[in-house]
Design a protein around this ligand. Structure first.
Ligand code: HEC
Ligand code: HEC
Ligand code: HEC
Length: 288
């Protein structure tokens, strides 16, 4: 389940700062596929690997790592470090995005508020709002109410004070949530604020699993396209990482991946979450 993916993803959004948010979001997809196995979901570092390599992997939230300049981090990624090999196959943009993610995500994570807020959310809000803030559809039906996804623009457009008010005083058919300290209210608002937009970004690693089972036979392991099939179908596969494909919006990619395009038949049986994860993975195929 999405919320089990540790807290990396919960922390990247600050109020209204959408410009860099997009980058950090893309950076999360890169991080998940290219860094996470060694650095851990929370940037804490893979302890078993550190032992094997006899090297210290410093937590990304630590002062030492955050004190580095972007150029230094870039160099580490593209040229490698003491024991770390260079990470191959990243475009300049992807390197920048992943730096944004390392830079913005982990210090906030270390601050712990959103983390504490997650605990509150799970015990006090999740039954009604769902693990990803999407809203409990059965309950919505019973109450004859529409749950706006907590990641949606409408909800995120509220300021922190309004969100606090929703929690403490209720809104429409939602009753006030009892038994929360001020601090807990603040934390859960931090979580709503920071967590869900990124959750909505999808999980590239989960998306790879979907891709491998549903797309790979035709599009190839890296999105390059199955040449034999192209010949048979008399069609040209654009590389899924190519500029033309990457220039499409998420909605377009979603539509083409599920409804088909040209000679591609629709792909059936994917849940919304799987489609989102898939798109995150397709984004991670981007070439420079
Ligand atoms: C195969 C394992 C592996 C992968 C994949 C990997 N790293 Fe590392 N990384 C390491 C190890 C081991 C270290 C410990 C220090 C060193 O070897 O330089 C490290 C250290 C670092 C450091 C800290 C350097 C320092 O001064 O302590 C940064 C920053 C970093 N990695 C960024 C990344 C990013 C970003 C990615 C993904 C794009 C990534 N790494 C992918 C193994 C990996
Ligand atoms: C018993 C079910 C229930 C619980 C528990 C609950 N909510 Fe709600 N929440 C609702 C319903 C129903 C709505 C829609 C209200 C309406 O539009 O009438 C809602 C709406 C909201 C909204 C959106 C307001 C808007 O703009 O439409 C936010 C934000 C919210 N809840 C946050 C939370 C948080 C944070 C918690 C936990 C601290 C929580 N809720 C706990 C049922 C619940
Ligand atoms: C049975 C083979 C097949 C499968 C399975 C398949 N595709 Fe395709 N896909 C195609 C073909 C063929 C095209 C080219 C269509 C054309 O141009 O007529 C295509 C085109 C596309 C395009 C548009 C690229 C462009 O040219 O702009 C996207 C995006 C895409 N596929 C994504 C996916 C994803 C994601 C999956 C898995 C959920 C998937 N496809 C599964 C055969 C397949």
């Amino acid at each position: 389940m999405k919320l089990l993916i540790p807290l990396v993803m919960f922390v990247l959004f600050t109020v209204g700062n959408v410009a860099w948010a997009a980058d950090a979001k893309a950076g999360k997809a890169v991080y998940d596929t290219k860094c996470k196995s060694c650095h851990g979901a929370g940037g804490e570092g893979n302890a078993a690997l550190a032992k094997t390599l006899k090297v210290e992997i410093k937590p990304f939230g630590s002062k030492e790592i955050q004190a580095k300049t972007d150029d230094q981090i870039k160099k580490q990624i593209t040229q490698g470090g003491v024991k770390m090999q260079p990470v191959k196959g990243l475009s300049d943009t992807q390197v920048q995005d992943v730096i944004a993610f390392v830079r913005l995500g982990f210090p906030l994570l270390a601050a712990g508020d959103a983390q504490a807020g997650k605990v509150v959310y799970e015990s006090k809000c999740k039954t009604c709002h769902g693990a990803g803030g999407e809203g409990n559809t059965a309950l919505a039906k019973t109450l004859k109410v529409e749950f706006k996804p907590l990641a949606s623009k409408e909800v995120q457009a509220k300021n922190d004070a309004d969100l606090k008010k929703v929690v403490t005083q209720g809104i429409g058919k939602m009753k006030p949530v009892p038994g929360l300290s001020d601090k807990q209210v603040e934390n859960v608002v931090a979580f709503v604020r920071l967590g869900f937009p990124l959750l909505a970004a999808g999980d590239a690693q989960a998306g790879k699993v979907v891709y491998d089972s549903k797309c790979k036979t035709c599009h190839g392991a890296g999105g390059e396209g199955n040449a034999a099939l192209a010949k048979t179908l008399k069609v040209e596969f654009k590389h899924l990482g190519s500029k033309q494909v990457q220039a499409k919006t998420n909605d377009q990619l979603k539509k083409e991946s599920t409804e088909g395009i040209g000679k591609m038949q629709p792909v059936k049986g994917l849940s919304d979450t799987q489609v989102q994860d898939l798109i995150a993975f397709v984004r991670s195929l981007a070439k420079s």
